[in-house]
Design a protein around this ligand. Structure first.
Ligand code: UDP
Ligand code: MG
Length: 320
């Protein structure tokens, strides 16, 4: 198989013993229906505590010498999380493109031909967008709505609500992704940060086939917080903005009362009691403190940017 016809399929696996063999049967059926490509299937076993490892070994044995499919299994020493599993898969992938898909049937395997088609037609990233998650609770849905709203407004990244890790990346994108040095990563967001020619496909998420979602609400909130912090400096500057707001609203008001009461004896200003004046003074001082915090934040922002060490730009291709 020529190298540019090889496509890697990356599957993070955490306690999916009940799904694995059915998943693999379905996946290989779909892949065999697409002609002209070789497939490298990379299972990343993210420290499963059930029989997932044994199930993967079994697949590997049964498959030996089966034509256009190669199966590889990467075993983590413990659970490091899906983001780490995807990163491992991407850095191991040898294909001209890599496709990421969940092992729990929540990503539509039957749409893989469409993803591959769009990629071979020239898209560098093809992203699966979930139009509806039938079973997700209201908290998860509201949270995800808010998350994309906030990310879009405080960072310069074009993330679509509902976009998932179900996506295919061209080799150029994989290499650019591997060159990103940061550790605390949200795969999806970083890929979006990279840019490149993007296309979307839309699907409705199925219910999880078996087992339960490894991402609890708490884990999701942590992931969201990490993303805000790593993708935007807005939270850092918030204190400063608040301080400025206070200074510019309370300041003139305090000045008005001071002048009105002690110098010009304006009747309305004179009616402010001592404690009220004290409250205004203290609020004003708080404004100054917050603004100073904001100033410090500017320097921290500077350090943050340098430490992230993201490349200044990403090159698609360098022709000579
Ligand atoms: N997963 C993983 N490590 C984890 C949690 C999940 O590799 O710590 C895998 C899991 O096996 C599945 C995919 O990541 O293939 C999506 O996980 P899950 O279904 O739990 O999350 P959700 O569907 O809620 O995004
Ligand atoms: Mg799932």
């Amino acid at each position: 198989m020529e190298k540019d016809r090889l496509v890697s399929i990356i599957i993070p696996v955490y306690n999916e013993a009940a799904n694995i063999s059915a998943f693999f049967a379905f996946l290989s059926r779909v892949l065999r229906s697409i002609s002209g490509y070789g497939w490298e299937i990379i299972f990343v076993n993210d420290g499963s505590t059930d029989d997932s490892a044994a199930a993967l070994v079994k697949i590997n044995h049964e498959l030996s010498g089966a034509g256009s499919l190669v199966v590889r299994v990467i075993e983590f020493s413990r659970n490091f999380g899906k983001e780490a599993a995807l990163s491992a898969g991407l850095s191991e992938a040898r294909g001209a493109a890599a496709l990421m898909v969940d092992a729990d049937f929540q990503h539509p395997l039957e749409m893989i031909p469409e993803l591959v088609e769009k990629w071979s037609a020239g898209a560098e990233v093809v992203i699966g967008v979930r139009s509806k998650n039938r079973k997700a609770g209201w908290a998860k849905r509201a949270g995800s709505f808010l998350f994309y709203r906030i990310i879009r407004s405080i960072s310069k990244i074009d993330m679509r609500p509902g976009e998932t890790d179900f996506r295919i990346l061209d080799r150029a994108v994989i290499d650019a992704f591997k060159a990103l040095p940061e550790k605390n990563r949200m795969t999806r967001a970083l890929i979006d940060w990279l840019g490149f020619r993007r296309e979307y496909i839309f699907f409705t998420a199925n219910e999880r086939a078996d087992g339960h979602a490894g991402y609890s609400l708490g884990k999701l909130i942590r992931l969201a917080m990490n993303s805000f912090v790593s993708l935007s400096l807005f939270p850092l500057k918030l204190a400063g903005y608040l301080g400025l707001l206070i200074i510019f609203t309370v300041g003139p008001f305090g000045l008005y009362i001071f002048l009105g009461k002690y110098i010009f004896a304006w009747p309305y200003a004179a009616s402010f009691s001592g404690p009220a004046q004290l409250a205004i003074l203290i609020t004003f001082l708080v404004g100054i403190v917050l603004t100073s915090l904001g100033l410090v934040a500017l320097y921290i922002a500077h350090i943050h940017n340098e430490v992230l060490g993201r490349p200044l730009y990403v090159i698609r291709q360098n022709k000579s």
